[in-house]
Write a protein that binds this ligand. Structure first.
Ligand SMILES: Cc1cc2nc3c(=O)[nH]c(=O)nc-3n(C[C@H](O)[C@H](O)[C@H](O)COP(=O)(O)OP(=O)(O)OC[C@H]3O[C@@H](n4cnc5c(N)ncnc54)[C@H](O)[C@@H]3O)c2cc1C
Length: 388
């Protein structure tokens, strides 16, 4: 017997669970996750930072619209803030000074916490930086940067979801999705479901899931990104160091976390959806870029991992009903900002799914439904053989 529900959310990452927490206020909702815990894939492998040095206007708008939630989440989610203060320092060498200035202009449109800093101030903040000729010459310090906690965020959303009556089913890989009358039939090994609405929050697998359902794909591209962790020199307290990021994309970022320094070479390697593992080259590149820009020696790498960041063509996350498939709701393309934009995207999902007024928090940031709805992509995506 198929279990009948209103809404089935496929994917228990941050996108799926944060949307589900809002959907469950209106409809009986089940989340299906193929793994045995929330956030096993991208959501559990991120740098978990909140900042405005990434993405375009829409992404920055979604980030800004999410801040109230992180600072003061509703009581059904968590009892206190879901972030801690952690400034961000964006650094530039001589060749990337124009990029630094362009970033300042972009960030100033959304926040008033950014100041330009010179070598002396940067050395006070991160004494290991190589500044001066041939090195880092200028930076932008954003005191509004914040460290998120991915697990706390996933659990807060799960708590609100369950309080609203929702159910999460783990170890439930969806193997078939088919339209039957005015409903969707969804198969997992243990149980079949019949749902009025299916939400495709399958992360890097979202296009594959659409193909399974006979729905036109969005042209989603997963990109692998690597993080290493290494111990700072003995006796050096790095806990107060900021999230440090080169303004040029062929650099690195680094931040202190639980006694280690985490660093990424900001790799962007196209990859098929899978339980992705780090590549030796990217691990070495991370260490090399840290050593090039700082006086730190990465003598032993204590931890390493990789995750997938999945983008559509315009790099703006997608939420909305598929124009070619009634009841099939897209929630994909969260790229490298799926955690920091998740509260705003969940609001967008709720409004679009239940035809509610567009949320003020989003309008105030200049965001409209057209910015996130999938329709915008259909003009540019090529049909593939497995599309209708
Ligand atoms: C190295 C790295 C650093 C990052 N840093 C940041 C950062 O600092 N700040 C930030 O905001 N974001 C960051 N991100 C991006 C962020 O992690 C992602 O945007 C976000 O996690 C995407 O969430 P998701 O729910 O779409 O994907 P996922 O977390 O991958 O969730 C999708 C889920 O769908 C499930 N699934 C797939 N197919 C099926 C199926 N057939 N049946 C059942 N379940 C299925 C998967 O098991 C998975 O759990 C980073 C990402 C990486 C890789």
């Amino acid at each position: 017997m198929r279990k009948r529900v209103d809404v089935l959310v496929i994917g228990g990452g941050i996108a799926g669970i944060s949307a589900a927490a809002r959907i469950a206020r209106h409809a009986e909702t089940v989340v299906l996750e193929q793994e045995s815990a929330l956030g096993y894939h991208s959501s559990g492998r991120s740098a978990t930072f909140y900042h405005f040095g990434i993405g375009n206007d829409c992404v920055r708008g979604l980030t800004a619209a999410s801040s109230d939630f992180f600072a003061d989440p509703p009581a059904d989610y968590a009892d206190g803030p879901l972030w801690t203060e952690k400034p961000a320092l964006f650094i530039a060498d001589q060749a990337s000074l124009s990029e630094l200035e362009a970033l300042r202009v972009e960030m100033d449109r959304f926040i008033g916490t950014v100041t330009r800093v010179g070598p002396q101030r940067m050395l006070e903040i991160v004494p290991a930086l190589k500044t001066g000729e041939g090195g880092i010459v200028a930076g932008l310090l954003d005191t509004g940067g914040r460290k998120l906690d991915a697990d706390a965020l996933l659990q807060a959303n799960a708590r609100a979801f369950r309080k609203a009556g929702g159910t999460i089913v783990f170890d439930a890989p969806v193997s078939a999705v088919a339209r039957a009358g005015d409903r969707w039939e969804v198969d997992t090994p243990e149980q079949g479901y019949s749902a009025r609405i299916v939400v495709n929050a399958a992360g890097a697998w979202a296009d594959e899931l659409a193909g399974m359902a006979g729905v036109r794909r969005l042209g989603l591209q997963p990109l692998r990104r690597t993080i290493i962790g290494f111990a700072p020199p003995a006796g050096l307290d790095v806990s107060g160091w900021p999230f440090l990021k080169t303004v040029s994309e062929d650099g690195f970022y680094m931040l202190p976390d639980a006694g280690l320094l985490l660093a990424s070479p900001m790799d962007v390697t196209p990859h098929d959806p899978c339980d992705v593992q780090p590549d030796d080259y990217d691990i070495a590149l991370a260490a090399w870029r840290v050593e090039e820009a700082t006086t730190l020696q990465v003598s032993r790498i204590s931890t390493r991992w990789a995750g997938l960041r999945s983008f559509v063509a315009d790099k703006v996350p997608v939420a909305g009903f598929a124009p070619d498939a009634p009841g099939f709701f897209w929630l994909a393309g969260q790229g490298g900002y799926g955690l920091q934009t998740s509260p705003a995207m969940a609001l967008a999902v709720e409004a679009l799914m239940f035809d509610l007024p567009w949320p003020d928090q989003l309008s105030r940031q200049g965001l409209r439904a057209e910015h996130v709805r999938p329709d915008r992509l259909y003009r540019t995506v090529q049909a593939t053989p497995s599309d209708n």
